[in-house]
Design a protein around this ligand. Structure first.
Ligand SMILES: *[C@@H]1O[C@H](CO)[C@@H](O)[C@H](O)[C@H]1NC(C)=O
Length: 245
């Protein structure tokens, strides 16, 4: 009796301690949009570098007007951001170590997507790769679940690129199965790349010449991969206790 209990516990431990299979076998690469600027919209000739308001920070974005009207707080990429988007064509392109078969971005208004930052960041690359930018999850109630479902239809051997709002990247990675995506993407950076293979396995800088020259990876806290939390959740312990006793 004691022995079978020990066996049952050992079996349960083996099941719960084994790595959680990721929702998808694909390698998934997460990036934030490139540097902020101002979208060029029809009738808006003043668009250029968006000035930082005194005191820093950015003003809250106003509600979008009807399609085609200039925004109160413009979206879009700065000149640096556009250079980074161009750089991604090399960094993630056909000659890179990556093989993207699928690209996601997050414009909420399809008719304005070309001026939206996440879309504008990956559009030149996607065009090179010959893939469409999937924006269908941008307005989903649960973007992470939507992305996971879409990735499940991508061939497992192909890489997937997700360009999203930086404050949501860790939530999306977690929803897609990463157990070590608790810290959000750094607010002041646009160069950090997260790579997920089941869990987040690597964080690196793009080291784009001209924009990321001062970056030193050694000791960079933004590149530290969080440990995988293997502790059993409380409900597992309670379930085990209930089943076994
Ligand atoms: C990159 O590879 C894809 C798929 O093989 C191909 O369709 C595309 O034309 C290539 N792009 C360039 C710029 O060579």
């Amino acid at each position: 009796m004691k022995f079978s209990l020990v066996l049952a516990l050992a079996a349960a431990a083996a099941v719960f301690a084994s790595p959680t299979p990721s929702a998808t076998p694909n390698r998934i690469v997460f990036i934030r949009h490139a540097e902020k600027g101002c979208a060029t919209l029809p009738g808006d000739e003043t668009c250029g570098e968006m000035p930082r308001p005194p005191g820093g920070g950015w003003p809250p974005r106003g509600p979008p007007g009807p399609p085609g009207t200039p925004r109160k707080f413009p979206n879009g990429l700065s000149a640096d951001g556009k250079r980074r988007a161009e750089y991604l064509r090399t960094f993630f392109g056909n000659a890179s170590e990556f093989d993207f078969g699928y690209v996601f971005a997050a414009p909420r208004e399809p008719e304005l997507k070309h001026g939206e930052r996440t879309y504008a960041t990956v559009a030149p690359l996607a065009s090179d790769l010959g893939v469409d930018v999937d924006i269908s999850c941008a307005t989903a109630p649960d973007a992470g679940a939507c992305l996971a479902a879409a990735v499940a239809r991508v061939a497992p051997s192909r890489d997937v690129l997700v360009c999203w709002k930086h404050r949501e990247l860790h939530l999306i990675a977690a929803a897609m199965g990463a157990r070590n995506a608790h810290t959000h993407y750094p607010d002041e950076r646009n160069d950090v790349v997260w790579i997920m293979e089941g869990d987040i396995t690597d964080k690196r800088s793009m080291h784009m010449p001209g924009l990321d020259d001062g970056r030193v990876d050694e000791g960079d806290p933004d590149l530290v991969v969080e440990p995988v939390d293997n502790a059993w959740p409380g409900w597992v312990c309670r379930l085990l206790a209930y089943v076994l006793y």
